[in-house]
Design a protein around this ligand. Structure first.
Ligand code: XMP
Length: 511
């Protein structure tokens, strides 16, 4: 990558978001641990560095600090929140508990002109989240902006080092994108060369180099990531790729046909579909515990995959649609002790001891970039813009036992939800919308008869990355249409409820 910005990660929940914002602004960006030695950083020749926020206090025992050489190397630096406090602390200023925690929406007054706030108003709405503040800026630094509590909200020196006490990367700082752009283009003099087309060319060369004459296998899930991954590999080494679609019986209505249609007929990729629904449903018989469902589905997938892969000869490589967030999560220092909420399973979840070498062309990409690349590769919109779907499929949307009958009921309800959401033009503005089959039955009346039927729940959420989410304020008319169609068209369902929980404390899926 000719132009690189590195985020030094000090453990903020927003670190990934910083990297995404930088890339959205057209500059390639990666995350590295905040304590990375200068020699390692220098070897990558970054254009600029961003110091992330973090949960620690810079003066606390064991607080992660930057290698001092990083801060004095003459590279433009933007310290955000903890990153700003770290700049102050390590360069000789004074940081202390502010007495009052600044958290949530706030406004700051910009009182010194600077390249960072170029063309921005003098009062900015921002998002704050910190307990410590800078009581004294280090020598050579000027105060650029002040918070409501008269604390330093932004500072800078003449060497291109900036600190801001708020989070420009979150949507609650409306001018955040401009601030990041100003840092990249006004302060760090970036040119902005990060574009999907450039990525496709580089990935094509890299895949050719890695694979040579070898044969590649790729498991498709119906989702965007595996489809884009397969398409890239197919483009790089035509004729050397075989795709495998494991129909686990837990797919949505029409999903298998659609994948076959696009990949096989449209792109002419060699695709093998295996119907393993009996095996999966057998493994799920009588199981109601969500984690146990996930474990069994994961284990069955591996068994089926290994069996099928064994029947293909001379496969040397396995292509997987692993994305950057998964890479960060599995290598990041602060998630090691994170509490396991759910055992995630997807087609990228194969064990490392399979006999293949991995090809992971998407491992430095975020989801929205994968979508852009999918479009640039000519994949149809309806595949590229698909909402995420969990690896364990409809099994985690059927509360209680998974049976063929209950799957049919859920499929029919789910189809109506998506149909109406699309008809209302809301599909792309939602992170996900779907139906859940609850284990509840309730009394209803149809004609003059009493019914005793299933309760279907509808969930629609808005989210940036699936880590946090809020329930979507769907128009009442859309909800009304969904409800009336579900009870009228889906046999055995007589009641529809709408889930109005946010994540946290709920999760997006019910299991
Ligand atoms: P939760 O329910 O944990 O979901 O709030 C967050 C996002 O992840 C999706 N999800 C999964 N995706 N394998 C996947 O590939 C899984 O096992 C899995 N479980 C949940 C979920 O749909 C949401 O977008």
């Amino acid at each position: 990558m000719e132009e690189l910005v590195l985020v030094l990660d000090f453990g903020s929940q927003y670190s990934q978001l910083i990297a995404r914002r930088v890339r959205e602004a057209g500059v390639y960006c990666e995350l590295i641990p905040g304590t990375t030695p200068w020699e390692t950083i220098r070897a990558r020749a970054p254009r600029a560095l961003i110091l992330s926020g973090g949960p620690a206090s810079v003066y606390g025992d064991g607080a992660p600090l930057a290698d001092p050489a990083v801060l004095t190397a003459g590279i433009p630096v933007l310290g955000i929140c903890y990153g700003m406090q770290l700049l102050a602390h390590q360069l000789g200023g004074r940081v202390a508990g502010a007495g009052k925690r600044e958290y949530g929406p706030a406004s700051v007054r910009v009182d010194e002109p600077s390249r960072l706030f170029k063309d921005l108003p003098s009062t900015l709405s921002v998002w704050m989240s910190h307990g410590d503040s800078i009581l004294e800026a280090p020598a050579g630094f000027r105060r650029l902006a002040e918070s409501d509590n008269s604390l330093i909200a932004a500072m800078a020196d003449d060497a291109g080092r900036f600190g801001i006490a708020f989070h420009p990367e979150v949507i609650h700082t409306p001018q955040g994108r401009e601030i990041i752009r100003n840092f990249l283009y006004e302060v760090a003099a970036c040119r902005g060369s990060w574009k999907p087309a450039a990525f496709i060319e580089q990935a094509t060369v890299a895949i050719r180099e890695q694979v040579g004459e070898g044969r590649v296998l790729c498991a498709l899930s119906g989702g965007v990531d595996s489809a884009v991954c397969a398409t890239l590999v197919h483009r790089a080494v035509p004729g050397q790729l075989t795709c495998l679609l494991v129909d686990n019986g837990l797919l949505r209505r029409d999903e298998r046909r659609r994948v076959e249609d696009v990949m096989q007929r449209h792109l002419r990729i060699d695709l093998k579909t295996v119907d393993a629904s009996d095996q999966f449903l057998g493994a799920l018989q009588g199981v109601i515990d969500p984690e146990e469902k996930r474990r069994r589905i994961g284990a069955t997938f591996i068994t089926v995959f290994e069996r099928e892969a064994g029947t293909l000869r001379n496969v040397d490589f396995l292509a997987q649609g692993t994305l950057y967030p998964d890479v960060i999560e599995s290598t990041s220092h602060d998630t090691v002790n994170a509490h396991r909420i759910k055992t995630h399973h997807n087609v990228g979840g194969l064990p490392a001891d399979l006999r293949f070498q991995l090809v992971e062309p998407l491992r430095y990409l975020f989801k929205d970039e994968v979508r852009a690349i999918g479009s640039a590769l000519g994949l149809p919109d309806d595949m590229v813009q698909r909402q995420p779907f969990p690896g364990p499929g409809l099994a985690v949307r059927i509360i209680g036992e998974v049976t063929r009958d209950r799957l049919e009921t859920l499929r029919a309800a789910d189809w109506i939800v998506i149909d109406e959401i699309k008809a209302a033009g809301l599909y792309r503005s939602l992170w996900q919308a779907f139906a859940i089959l609850t284990p509840l039955q309730s009394v209803g009346v149809m004609g003059d008869y009493r019914t005793y039927g299933n309760v279907v729940a509808v969930r629609a959420v808005q989210s940036e990355d699936g880590m946090t989410a809020d329930w979507a304020r769907l128009p009442y008319e859309v909800l009304a249409k969904i409800s009336s169609r579900v009870v009228n068209e889906v046999p055995g369902v007589n009641r529809v409820v709408y889930d109005i929980s946010s994540k946290p404390p709920s999760t997006i899926e019910w299991e």
